[in-house]
Design a protein around this ligand. Sequence first.
Ligand code: 15L
Length: 271
Amino acid sequence: MMSKPFKRLLITGAAGRLGRVLRAEMQACAEVLRLTDIADMGNAAPHEELVRCDLANIADVLPLAEGVDAIIHAGGVPLENTFDLILKGNIVGTYNVYEAARQHGVKRVIYTSSNHAIGFYDRTETIDASVPHRPDSLYGVSKCFAEDLGRYYWDKFGIESVNIRIGSSFEEPLDRRMLATWLSFADFARIVERALHAPRVGHMIVYGMSDNRETLWDNHLASSLGYVPKDSADEYREKVMANTPRLDPNEPAARYHGGNFAGAGHFEDAQ
Ligand code: 15L
């Protein structure tokens, strides 16, 4: 049997929407997948190690990185929420993951960042990965923190990171904005696979999007990854146009890259 490129990969957030994609697709890359989540992950397959834990608890997170070749960090709060939950899940949690990497000599972290780190750019602007952060929510602020934390761990400790600013990764595009922001699950797996295998990445930011005709982002700064998307939201264009409403283009939810996240008020005011 051909040996796999990695001995052991750690995947955080393994019970989440994208974590489940990673659980299925990354088994081709590693002999063992160590999977973690705060939620139930079901039963372990023979190539899996399941560790249920809260990423905010450093004592539980540190040992997760022992004997691991690389980390795919997809855990945390996936949407806008209270500051307390964002703080614990995304800010403290991501610090704990990087500390685990540093203390156990893991040399690369792949992070599922988000377009909400730059969600307040206007849709008339096509941006690359060098633009200043412009978060559209506390969730977006936490993604900016994680990207900068990765830069710090690269500059100071030589731990590489690929920050994938994911657009909208769903089974299919669900609204008109997603005709530009959609990332198919298969393309998500492709970009993670490239992020794991590219020989040198340093600290890199790449947009996670499929080959959509309409686009908000320019990936040229990450072309050394060799990520080539194979799917396109355009296959769903007619269906999306028929089934979803046209928004007033000047409304914040239509005007900014981050869509509803940019249009929404402060989360805790609504509670
Ligand atoms: C995200 O970061 C969310 O995790 C996801 O649920 C979508 O809302 C996505 O952004 C998006 O912008 O469509």
